[in-house]
Design a protein. Structure first.
Length: 401
């Protein structure tokens, strides 16, 4: 089916929530490359927005999924599921969390975290329910996670939103301390704001938040939906900062493309959920958890995460080098393979995304006119070289105009 036929059908039958999408439909992928219906090749630095951490048709993930599809796809939470227990064990044994609950998306994981924080204090008989998050954050598109998201553009169409959320300035500990009240139950943060434009929290700030939480009996929730699963060069983003959250959430990369999210918590918090308090029909089904096991086992192989770190470091250096050559590049930010290149407002980042597509390169533009690079974690330094060369040529054209 040609792209025009797909576009016409989409225009007629699909909700218009995405407006004009990039004019391509992919048929298959291999490694970090995607191919459209005409066989054109695209080098992918988007990875389904930080999802396809093992790229496409990865031998371990593909073989595990094929085998599982032939056995059983879904059973329900009425019964035990071996793959669910195994995936939970892998996460718990490799993180600061003790217990895991699987759901289907990042927003659903964050909903679970919000519910768990409130339930924890209800169990203790303490009147704490308020959650403080940061301005410019992104936590999802369900009603509670929209209320948590610190961006009015996502919130305004849906007011009134669930009450009990406050937003404070990024990296400003004094502002956070001021916002805390006797009703504050949790502080919820992304260690790197992804959708907001790749803004990394300071180590000192994060340690300060941890101390504040400890001293006032407040829970620290880290939204690791984008930063988790090796994206930053460590299995979880918080591991860079020498702090531990009480609750953290996962999504995106966890299933390598198969939808799955997770809520992870320390025992003392997790135990606030009693039988019947939370659930999900699809959450943690055999197929999704098979994917999570294959992803986690691959990432935990010796050398995998070290490779993400060294490719990420090389990538960042090459982006810095571009910044030295073009004065419309304002900043290079990020960790591991979660990198951003912020452009001056006079340059339209979305147009650059289109130009890249024409040249067989997939990139994305996040908040603050920031080009976002979140490739599959198997990307190589020579793939990075190809991206840099293509970007450089596009930037040269802009400079000449
Ligand atoms: C940090 C963060 N939290 C939550 C979400 C929502 O995840 P989902 O789209 O899977 O609901 C996203 C999605 O971009 C995200 O980046």
């Amino acid at each position: 089916m040609d792209i025009k036929t797909v576009q016409d059908m989409d225009k007629k039958y699909y909700f218009n929530t995405f407006g004009q999408r990039l004019p391509v439909a992919f048929e298959r992928g291999q490694g970090i490359r995607l191919y459209d219906g005409e066989g054109n090749e695209y080098l992918d630095f988007v990875a389904g927005i930080a999802v396809n951490c093992l790229g496409y048709n990865h031998p371990v993930l593909t073989a595990a999924l094929k085998e599982q599809v032939e056995r059983v796809v879904h059973t329900s939470s009425l019964y035990y599921t071996k793959q669910q227990a195994l995936a939970a064990k892998l996460i718990a044994q490799n993180s600061c969390g003790d217990r895991v609950f699987f759901c289907n998306s990042g927003a659903e994981a964050n909903e679970g975290a919000i519910k768990l924080a409130r339930k924890y204090f209800k169990e203790k008989g303490v009147d704490k329910y308020e959650i403080i998050t940061l301005q410019n954050s992104f936590h999802g598109r369900t009603m509670a996670t929209l209320a948590a998201t610190g961006q009015e553009k996502y919130q305004l169409p849906y007011t009134p939103l669930p009450p009990g959320f406050k937003h404070v300035e990024f990296n400003n500990l004094a502002a956070l301390e001021k916002a805390v009240s006797k009703h504050t139950c949790a502080i919820m943060l992304e260690v790197i704001q992804g959708e907001g434009g790749i803004f990394v929290l300071d180590t000192e700030y994060l340690r300060g938040v941890r101390k504040l939480c400890d001293s006032l009996d407040i829970l620290l929730i880290l939204d690791e939906v984008q930063t988790g699963i090796g994206r930053t060069g460590k299995l979880f983003g918080y591991q860079h900062f020498d702090i531990e959250p009480d609750i953290f959430t996962l999504g995106k990369g966890l299933g390598g493309g198969v939808p799955i999210g997770a809520l992870v918590a320390k025992e003392k918090v997790a135990s606030a959920f009693k039988p019947g308090d939370h659930g999900s029909t699809f959450g943690g089904n055999p197929l999704a958890c098979t994917a999570a096991c294959a992803v986690l086992e691959t990432l935990l192989k010796p050398g995998f995460l070290e490779n993400v770190q060294s490719t990420g470091k090389y990538f960042k250096e090459r982006l810095q080098n571009l910044k030295d050559q073009f004065d419309f590049i304002l900043d290079i930010r990020g960790l591991g393979l979660m990198l951003g290149l912020q452009l001056k407002d006079t340059i339209d980042g979305k147009k650059i995304v289109h130009k890249c597509l024409e040249q067989g390169l997939l990139i994305n533009c996040a908040g603050n006119n920031t080009l976002r690079f979140v490739p599959p974690l198997i990307v190589t330094k020579s793939d990075v070289d190809v991206l840099i060369e293509k970007l450089k040529n596009i930037f040269m054209d802009l400079k000449d105009k």
